[in-house]
Write a protein that binds this ligand. Sequence first.
Ligand SMILES: C[S@@+](CC[C@H](N)C(=O)[O-])C[C@H]1O[C@@H](n2cnc3c(N)ncnc32)[C@H](O)[C@@H]1O
Length: 357
Amino acid sequence: MATPTSTQDLLKMENIPNKGRGLIATQDLKAGQIILTESPLLLYSASPLFTPTPSPYCHHCFRTLQPSQTFTCPSCSNYNFCSQKCLSIALNSSHSPWTCETLSHLQNPTSPLLEKPFELQVQARFIVAAYNIAIHTPSIIQTILSLHGDPNDHDSIVDNAKFLQSLISPFCPPNMNFSAELAAKLIAKERLNSFCLMEPYSPKGPQRSIKAYVIYHKATFFNHDCIPNACRFDYVENGEPGDEHNTDIVIRLIKDVDVGNEICISYFRINKDYLTRKRILMEDYGFTCACDRCKIEANWNEGENKSDLPHVIFLSKFVCDKENCAGTLAPLPPKDGEKSNVLECNFCGNLKVDSSA
Ligand SMILES: C[S@@+](CC[C@H](N)C(=O)[O-])C[C@H]1O[C@@H](n2cnc3c(N)ncnc32)[C@H](O)[C@@H]1O
């Protein structure tokens, strides 16, 4: 596993034709290079408010809880933490007294959220987390509001915001101007800019589900490409309990990138077929991808020999072939200026020697 190192400012934000803002290389960069390591602006649980079993993850750092070492919120008894340190930090930040009290009301058995879809229950968590940040660090909310996304992007945003605001407003501090309009803007930003922290990989288990959502300030400006030149790693289970850097995002290059070229990630697993990618990108992100791979795949004829196409070669090299994985492989960081011939999977962590390097 690669140890994240500090990253200099290797990226610059620019307007990219037909894509909005994007990130470009400020110098020639090598495959495997870590180009960004960044801590969350906002992090919240993807677990619905009403579930039959408690979440198996620390409610602050999202490491897997060890049953013999669980620390519970002394006020609500609903939330568990992996260590005394995580609990103490959480009580002054992510699980502040305001959050604790508001979530307790929303999770009351008479709560109107009980019968609502899981998606709305998770949105309630997001609004509580965002308002909690607004109370303690208002500048972060201004940053989130400056991101891409508009309440009119999706039919349900305004209605969901009104409903959630009606439930949360009785607990809002009177001096804070929290409103349904603000909630709608926040939901719109969250929809387009959040990353998922996934459950640990298991070769036998079902597809991994999401344990938390995270918004990062700079990483959110990576645009999508179906043949990305970078991919995202996280090391959530690493480090000592209470060390919060485990939720940092690490972006590593898959290929060399020349100065001035845009660096893109894929917004989902790279092995998805053309029609699935097209649908997700339109429904979830509101755009049609015009990358080289999409242009070719949109016009593919049945029976055509595809094995020598650049993106087919790319996929055969950089899609992890471990059972139940299909993560993206990227070289380990270069050492002493030398590129590594070992590829690491960003889902399962498997290491594989690249015999073609
Ligand atoms: C997470 S934001 C990326 C940063 C964004 N470009 C900005 O200006 O803030 C995602 C949005 O960027 C745009 N985007 C990302 N990749 C794109 C692409 N390949 N083609 C067109 N638009 C893209 C879409 O509007 C998408 O909803």
